[in-house]
Write a protein that binds this ligand. Structure first.
Ligand SMILES: [Zn+2]
Length: 671
């Protein structure tokens, strides 16, 4: 229901972030917000993460409109305050920016913040879109309109994204996608109780919204019930979070004949032709299961229900763009799912909506204004030191053949590094224009349509691999498979992750570990499938690949079923991130010892625990266990460190039998 930021070119499939964004994910079980329990007597030997973060965990509070408090949240708030101040100065012309898009951003932000006008506009701006759905005559009519609707962002029971061809990542490719389900993971649909409690706030919000839009109570109930029926059908064939975490399982190139065989009514090749204005001879279907069963979901018998499903989706997609009452109706879903006490403020919602649309211009603006050359140089030096040690470690690796080692080193040496912010805005950003004749809702739709049109017009051009997939003001970092790059936005290059003045050990336990983590993504079970240029291609000998798979399986097995927050870790879902954390720790520990044999490793381990300090509602934590490829922060610290001998050497008080102790023969590592 909640819109997620869509990265059109480098699809989520190929970008691996350090952590998930807090917004947009939800928890369940009981809707009374509960805090995750903390052990006040934690020691280094019983719970390292809680012992090191004791003071913070005791004092920190979860803000009433948030599911969590953490370093990432705190830094994100600072960024937000800075940018909000800048918006004021730019709007009053106290400050000027010559960066393309900034004037349009300010006008868009002002439109969004003109709550009086938004109340006056009411829900009318959305109604013509709902009418288009209501006026649909039959499936043939929908097929005829599908290309135009896709371009304008109306909801459809299928979708085609302009993405990359993973087998040749210079080329773009159409991906036939599966519609998202109302609940955040398919596993909720297999558990009647979970489904019922998660779906209840969705049902209520959708019914209320439809009534605000003028539907009678009876009609609203019927429409929502029908929409839920279709959603349940889609959920049968959708990918679970675990399935979606494996890239190679989502590569299924299909011919025109194949995609046309899924439905008698929808000739997908013709719809794609109408959309793109050109023929394609191959598309990728990340999830063929949905299309193989397409006729069971989309058929004449279901037509009325499908319309209801489209109405509910369309109404939900506009939740942040209309009146405050309308916004608050939908906010109930996140409150229930995330265990938050109240909805985020309308000002904060305008901030996230507008900074997401204009992320690219703001990325350049923020970087130029707030990111210094000194930090850039220092971090680049750290990357260099880590890369050198990483190379040495690959070469002295004892389970790879010489042949595969050389390939791995080639991939490491070809890795592209980006620090801070992009040096120019993307061409597609230039189509974002705020039209003063249009209202906030209409401008949002118009800009999204213009971006789609830009992607269509430039479909045949090679993929622009210089683009960042994250703005400079994000507190995050990522590895991109398609260009074999590691990327560190300015936002994360701050204390406690990084500070030019703090001890070397702390910097390596912070940003150093993040750098090593992103590098290791090139060699996790997804990265292993891609070569040094970012194309999906095998570069392993058979025996080495087998050894690698055994090692990653051992990591998955160690983590699988670990109990926390009343739930369990999914070993397969989290394996790439756990391998990345472990690789980052091994490499940076070696760098620290190399730079200073007498280094104080306590500082290193303490800062590693510090960067992950986190206080979340229990509901939020439980939900993340189901959908997040990252393990819970507490285990990213405790479980990882249990596998490292240097940790035991640093803390000799940890003895066999302690919760923080793991027998040497049970410890695992890959890199
Ligand atoms: Zn990661």
């Amino acid at each position: 229901m909640k819109k997620r930021t869509k990265i059109i070119l480098t699809s989520a499939l190929t970008v691996t972030g350090l952590l998930v964004a807090a917004g947009g994910y939800w928890a369940y079980k009981t809707f009374v917000p509960q805090e995750t329990p903390v052990d006040k007597n934690a020691t280094v030997s019983s719970n390292y993460y809680q012992a090191i973060n004791k003071k913070w965990l005791e004092k920190a509070e979860i803000p009433s409109d948030q599911p969590a408090n953490s370093v990432v949240y705190e830094l994100g708030e600072e960024v937000k305050e800075r940018l909000k101040g800048d918006v004021k100065n730019l709007a009053s012309e106290k400050e000027k920016s010559s960066i393309e898009g900034m004037d349009d951003f300010i006008s868009y932000y002002q439109q969004g913040s003109d709550f009086k006008q938004r109340e006056k506009d009411g829900l009318d701006p959305l109604k013509p879109y709902l009418k288009e759905i209501e006026d649909l005559k039959d499936l043939d009519d929908l097929a005829a309109k599908a290309a135009d609707w896709q371009r304008r962002g109306l909801s459809l029971p299928f979708g085609f994204d302009i993405s990359v061809n993973v087998e040749n990542t210079n080329q773009k490719q159409i991906h036939l996608s599966t519609p998202s389900t109302f609940l955040p993971d398919t596993s909720y649909y297999q558990d009647e109780n979970a489904k019922k409690s998660m779906m209840q706030p969705v049902e209520q919000a959708a019914q209320k919204a439809l009534q605000l839009l003028g539907y009678s109570e009876k009609d609203s109930q019927r429409i929502v019930k029908e929409a839920l029926d279709i959603d349940a059908e889609i959920a049968k064939y959708a990918l679970s979070s675990e399935e979606a975490s494996e890239i190679k399982k989502q590569v299924h190139p299909k011919t025109v004949e194949e995609i046309n065989s899924y439905s008698d009514t929808f000739k997908f090749s013709e719809i794609i032709h109408a959309y793109l204005g050109q023929e394609v001879d191959q598309v990728n279907i990340p999830n063929p299961k949905y299309y193989e069963n397409f006729a069971k979901v989309v058929n004449d018998k279901n037509f009325a229900k499908l319309k209801s499903w489209m109405l509910v989706r369309q109404a939900g997609a506009a939740s942040n763009l209309l009146t405050d009452q309308y916004r608050l109706v939908y906010a109930e879903i996140n409150k229930a799912w995330q265990g938050t006490k109240e909805a985020s403020s309308k000002e904060d919602d305008v901030y996230s909506q507008t900074t997401t649309v204009f992320a690219d211009s703001l990325s350049l603006y923020y970087g130029q204004k707030y990111f210094g050359q000194e930090a850039k140089e220092k971090v680049a030096q750290m990357v260099d030191s880590i890369k050198t040690v990483y190379r040495e470690r690959l070469l002295k690796n004892d389970w790879l053949s010489e042949e595969t080692k050389q390939e791995a080193v080639k991939k490491l040496d070809s890795m592209i590094l980006r620090i801070g912010y992009p040096d120019k805005i993307q061409e597609e950003t230039k189509v974002l224009k705020t039209d003063s004749q249009k209202n906030f809702f209409e401008n949002t739709i118009a800009m999204s349509t213009a971006k789609n049109q830009y992607a269509i017009d430039h479909f045949s051009e090679p993929v622009d691999k210089t683009q960042w997939s994250m703005p400079s003001f994000d507190i995050n970092a990522y590895y991109s498979q398609i260009d074999n790059s590691i990327n560190f936005p300015a936002g994360i290059l701050q204390a406690p992750f990084f500070d030019a003045e703090q001890d070397m050990e702390k910097n390596y336990g912070g940003i150093g570990m993040v750098i090593g983590h992103e590098m290791t993504h090139a060699f996790d079970s997804n990265g292993a499938e891609f070569d040094e240029e970012g194309n999906m291609k095998n570069w392993w000998t058979k025996a080495d690949k087998k050894a690698f798979e055994e090692k990653t399986a051992a990591v998955a097995k160690q983590w699988d079923g670990l109990e926390i927050y009343g739930g369990k870790v999914n070993g397969k879902l989290t394996v790439t991130e756990n391998v990345a954390d472990a690789g980052g720790l091994s490499a940076t520990l070696e760098v620290v010892k190399k730079e200073n044999p007498k280094a104080d490793l306590k500082l290193y381990f303490e800062n590693y625990a510090n960067i992950w300090r986190n206080k979340s509602s229990l509901q939020f934590n439980q939900m993340l266990l189901k959908i997040d490829v990252h393990a819970p922060a507490e285990l990213r610290v405790n479980q990882q460190l249990k596998n490292i001998q240097a940790f035991y050497d640093t803390y000799p008080e940890i003895k066999k039998g302690d919760a923080m102790y793991l027998d040497p023969d049970k410890r695992v590592s890959v890199w």
